[in-house]
Write a protein that binds this ligand. Structure first.
Ligand SMILES: [Zn+2]
Length: 289
């Protein structure tokens, strides 16, 4: 069983032995440590009994202890919340806890069968998960893949992390929403539709956003050279138009460089399957003994 705990909703899946989704439920996420525990327990109850549970959650996760902190959107501050210990006590089943981008990366590996893959999550923020030669790379302090906080523009906007001109200030759902306010409509869809219809301003905003995502892809490829980069997160619901825009930006960036051209980065990107709960699937697989 796998749970993807998000700021507004928690998605749960039950998988068969081959990793296919048998059942899927969602519940609104209650904020705060006790709210998260209640929500998780409710989703598990909805899905019935499980041999093991894996759980993906935003924030800083200590997978050894199964604890999380700094999940700001979930009402979890700088105090460690011992999710695994609390849930194991309540549910009587073994529980594994991992960062949400990392479980989505494991899910993307399982769905694609590719064991050397970077998952670039373009959600509210921008972060990557790395599976290299089949192994999840967390880093010495869990900061591997924090690509959103690579500064690219010394005169750019101030980032929430305190630096200036981070990739996240250009290539994230938040940056896109600020650059293209769209009322009730999702900003990414509104922007790409306006650009496709020939709106000159929208084309400029879209291309700047795509160039930022391409910067992230290029940096990741030059760091760890994965066979595949999967674009995920809320903005990736755009699907093919996003992949095309980023591929165009990658080709433009490579135009003056035979070296970059030889790496053919544009051919390595794809969008995560829109109809698959990739993070919950990855969480379920993580939880398996
Ligand atoms: Zn930053």
């Amino acid at each position: 069983m796998g749970l993807d705990i998000g700021a507004t909703k928690t998605l749960g899946v039950r998988l068969d032995d081959d990793g296919r989704v048998l059942e899927q439920v969602r519940e609104p996420t209650e904020p705060g440590p006790e709210g998260i525990l209640r929500t998780a327990a409710q989703v598990v109850t909805d899905l019935g009994s499980a041999a093991s549970i894996g759980l993906g959650i935003p924030g800083l996760v200590d997978p050894e202890r199964g604890a999380v902190k700094h999940a700001v959107n979930l009402g979890v501050d700088g105090e460690w919340v011992p999710l695994r210990a609390e849930l194991e006590q309540r549910l009587g089943v073994s529980v594994a806890v991992e960062n949400d981008v990392n479980v989505a990366t494991l899910g993307a590996v399982a769905l694609s069968g590719i064991r050397d893959l970077v998952y670039l999550s373009i959600g509210t923020g921008l972060a990557a998960g790395l599976v290299l030669d089949g192994t999840l790379r967390r880093g010495a302090t869990g900061a591997a893949g924090e690509i959103g906080h690579v500064p690219i523009d010394p005169s750019g906007a101030l980032c929430q992390c305190g630096q200036r001109g981070c990739l996240e200030t250009v290539a994230s759902g938040r940056a896109l929403a600020e650059a293209w306010p769209s009322g009730d409509e999702p900003p990414a869809q509104a922007l790409f539709a306006a650009a496709a219809a020939g709106d000159v301003k929208a084309i400029a905003v879209r291309d700047r956003f795509a160039a930022g995502v391409a910067d992230a892809v290029r940096t990741l490829c030059l760091s760890v050279d994965p066979t595949t980069i999967v674009l995920g997160g809320g903005v990736a619901h755009l699907g093919a138009p996003l992949v095309e825009a980023v591929a165009d930006a990658l080709r433009a960036q490579a135009a003056a460089s035979p070296f970059l051209t030889s790496l053919d980065l544009a051919a390595r990107i794809r969008a995560v399957p829109a109809d698959q709960p990739v993070a919950a699937i990855g969480a379920a697989l993580l939880g398996r003994p």
